[in-house]
Design a protein around this ligand. Structure first.
Ligand code: BTN
Length: 260
């Protein structure tokens, strides 16, 4: 079968970077996160491994969901980092990756995508990208950051068509995936450096500039619980602070947000 991929590995391999990146391009895999996970068990790779695939047969989403991974139309990318962060700061990695993704996407399309805590990207109210971070620390810390972006899809299966969209569907533009991957890994480096340099305040401020959440009444689903309140801000650990109906503030470290 001819490979009609617009992912040009030679361009990506020649990208300047402070981090020593190692690229692995796969025509198809089950999941780019799983690919790195397997390598961690065999010959643990160094920080900077980036795996990209043109198609995933078992793309994983948050909360045990499936990530729709249509061949050659999406970006399916995972990277390995070995952060030297205290455990309570680990959730910041997911916000950092969401911020990098929204900045990369917004440098590619005319109308801005917005973040929904903790790390969904929405365009015109529908999801265009998501981040799945998996902590694999054994002796040395290892976090796999997996990013999925709906780029050139023309349609979605009936079960997700009302909640998912693509950059092409929303803008009418066919996006070159190599350029978007370039922007994405560049942004990941920049935002990860902010985190390593302990510039958490700047990182969180930038995250907040790219969301419409605050001031809105939202519901957060956490397991079987549903918590409603007004979204106020992020605290210094990236938790979402809500004002409950009694006015009492509550900081949440995970959950699924829906706008009321
Ligand atoms: C979400 O549910 O919003 C997170 C989706 C993350 C999908 C990406 S695609 C690349 C990487 N490999 C996976 O199996 N999942 C992540």
């Amino acid at each position: 079968m001819p490979n009609s991929s617009d992912i040009d590995l030679s361009i990506l391999q020649n990208l300047a970077s402070e981090t020593k990146r190692q690229w692995l391009y796969l025509h198809e895999t089950d999941s780019t996160n799983a690919e790195i996970g397997r390598r961690l068990q065999d010959h643990p790779p160094e920080e900077g491994l980036v795996v990209i695939a043109d198609a995933q047969t078992g793309g994983r989403g948050r909360l045990g969901r499936v990530w729709h991974s249509e061949p050659e139309n999406g970006i399916y990318l995972s990277t390995l980092i070995r952060p030297d962060l205290s455990p309570e700061k680990l959730p910041l990695i997911t916000l950092m990756a969401g911020l990098a993704t929204v900045l990369a996407v917004n440098s590619t399309i005319p109308s801005p995508a917005r973040l929904k805590w903790p790390n969904d990207l929405l365009l015109n109210g529908k999801k265009i990208a998501g981040v799945l971070c998996e902590n694999h620390s054994t002796k040395t810390p290892a976090v796999i950051i997996g990013i999925g972006i709906n780029v050139n899809h023309s349609q979605f299966p009936p079960e997700i068509k009302d909640i998912a969209t693509s950059l092409k569907l929303e803008t009418g533009l066919k996006i070159n995936r190599t350029s978007l991957i370039k922007n994405l890994v560049t942004q990941l480096d920049l935002q990860y450096n902010e985190l390593k340099n302990n510039e958490v305040k700047i990182l969180l401020e930038n995250w907040c500039k790219n969301t419409d959440l605050f001031g809105n009444t939202i519901t957060i689903k956490k397991g079987n619980r549903k918590i409603a309140g007004k979204a106020l801000r992020l605290d210094k650990l990236g938790r979402l602070v809500l004002a409950g109906h009694s006015g009492k503030e509550l900081a949440l470290d995970s959950g699924e947000v829906s706008l009321e």
